[in-house]
Design a protein around this ligand. Structure first.
Ligand code: GLN
Length: 490
């Protein structure tokens, strides 16, 4: 593997600006590695011509001394983001031939800042899943393997392609989205850093919608500093998204490396769930010790409605999904199956175009929104959502951030959880509360389990206080000194 690939984004940008190597050289190293790593199935589309054209443009700018903030940085884009003139599928058969005539705001801002597009990354279909197994392109394989085993593991989901690519050195960083945990859980399962920003921090314009009141874009990166750099470019008010917040984007990188001394950290007692593996519990305590040693004050807090979060999420998210996905009718774009009447075309196109999990969600969503059940399910779930948000508001009166595990387990084998959708939904137990409350959170690698697989710690912050999360995340990163890398078996 080329040495260039072992650089972090921060290091690579320094090397590019001091002309130790060119953007074309860096991009070529990534493109070669992507070819070698095709068995991981992280990319659903490679865009080498585009990548090299963008890299040449970066080199020209570097020569002229006109550097933009991410000049020459090769990135992967989750295939949920629309990219102009480049096929964008949401990993669904129904969008298998969709070439958007526009660019998502988030990806446009990365290109505005000089980043280079390597290709489009695999995901669970319409971002619905926690293992990447619902993708119409087949699952992504986690670059990590348990010691002494060659069983294929899941990289988590839905941003499994993004997490695997960053972990396996197939991109310097990647875009991802998080509706119930899809940035943080795959980051935890692959030893990478994932940030789910405050709802409204990043524009949703041009991101294929799953559950609009929960969806949020964010970066997956190798280090906390890299994530801060990427988020700075991805964030900002966008008049094209009515839920985008009209607030300034702070320089998140300035928060990295600041002393966390004096910050109060809450440990929510309800997150100590039954059946939690001892190793997750141990890592969590280790995280508490690290932050205490760094000068933080640790406070036990209560989030009493936590146990209603998963049921509420699995009503609200499918409800919004069923309404968002009504647009895929075989008429305007995407797959169209033959039929004798309009209704038959609708039915056949949707039956053929959507996979099982997506159909399951559409049915659940239509059910909980139907006239007779709306009050019992959807309305009730909305009330629970309010309670969950209120729990956090009360906790943030006492503390500056919360520390929890990111996911209830390390990477699991492909196929293991697939048969039981409810078991799969349990993956989101520590992450969905954050989306329901619209809060920012970060997952940082904390250590390895006894089979050598990465485990992440999650920090949850106040609305629009990503900066505190970057400070704390960097402190955890420093204390954990996580340097493990997956063996390159592919
Ligand atoms: N695993 C969750 C789900 O399937 C979350 C997915 C996501 O965040 N996009 O709904």
């Amino acid at each position: 593997m080329s040495d260039l690939l072992s650089l972090s984004l921060t290091e690579a940008l320094a090397g590019l600006s001091s002309r130790r190597f060119s953007a074309v050289e860096l991009t070529e190293a990534y493109l070669a590695e992507m070819t070698a790593a095709r068995p991981l199935n992280a990319y659903v589309l490679e865009t080498p011509d585009q990548a090299l054209a963008m890299a040449r443009e970066s080199d020209a700018r570097i020569a002229r001394g006109e550097l933009r903030p991410l000049e020459g940085a090769p990135l992967g884009i989750k295939d949920l983001f629309c990219t102009k003139g480049v096929r964008s599928t949401a990993a669904s058969k129904i969008l298998s031939n969709f070439v958007p005539p526009y660019e998502s705001t988030v990806s446009a801002q990365l290109w505005r800042d000089g980043a280079v597009m390597l290709g489009k990354l695999n995901l669970d279909e319409f971002a619905m899943g926690s293992s990447n197994e619902t993708s119409a392109f087949g699952p992504v394989i986690n670059p990590w393997r348990a010691e002494g085993s060659n069983r294929a593991l899941s990289p988590g989901g839905s941003s499994g392609g993004s997490a695997a690519a960053v972990s396996a050195r197939l991109a310097l960083g990647a875009t991802a989205t998080d509706t119930g945990g899809s940035i943080r859980q795959p980051a935890s399962l692959t030893g990478t850093v994932g940030v789910k920003p405050t709802y409204g921090r990043c524009s949703r314009w041009g991101v294929v919608a799953f559950a609009s009141s929960l969806d949020q874009a964010g970066p997956i990166a190798r280090t906390v500093a890299d994530a801060a750099l990427l988020l700075r470019s991805m964030s900002g008010h966008d008049p094209k998204d009515s839920t985008s917040l009209p607030v300034e984007v702070p320089d998140f990188t300035a928060a990295v490396g600041k002393s966390p001394k004096g910050l109060r950290i809450g440990v929510p007692k309800e997150y100590r769930v039954e059946g939690m593996p001892a190793e997750i519990e141990a890592l969590w305590s280790q995280g508490v010790t690290w932050l205490k040693d760094a000068g933080c004050e640790i406070v036990e807090v209560s989030l009493p409605h936590t146990r209603y979060a998963l049921p509420a999420y699995y009503i609200i998210a499918p409800a919004e999904a069923s309404s968002n996905l009504a647009r895929y009718d075989g008429m305007r774009y995407g797959l169209r199956a033959p039929g004798d009447s309009l209704r038959e075309v609708y039915e056949a196109s949707r039956a053929e175009g959507f996979g099982d999990e997506v159909q399951r969600r559409v049915m659940i969503g239509a059910y909980v929104l139907s006239a007779g059940y709306y009050d019992a399910y959807y309305l009730k779930a909305q009330k629970v959502r309010r309670r969950i948000a209120d729990d956090f508001t009360a906790a943030f009166d006492k503390v500056d951030a919360l520390l929890t595990p990111t996911a209830p387990s390390a990477a699991f084998a492909l196929g293991d959880a697939k048969a039981d959708p409810v078991a799969m939904y349990l993956n989101d137990i520590f992450t969905v509360t954050v989306n329901l409350a619209g809060l920012p959170a970060i997952s940082v690698p904390g250590g390895l389990d006894r089979t050598g697989l990465p485990l992440g710690l999650q920090l949850i912050g106040r609305p629009l206080d990503e900066e505190t999360l970057f400070t704390l995340g960097a402190a955890v990163e420093k204390a954990a000194a996580f340097t493990a890398r997956p063996d390159r078996w592919w």
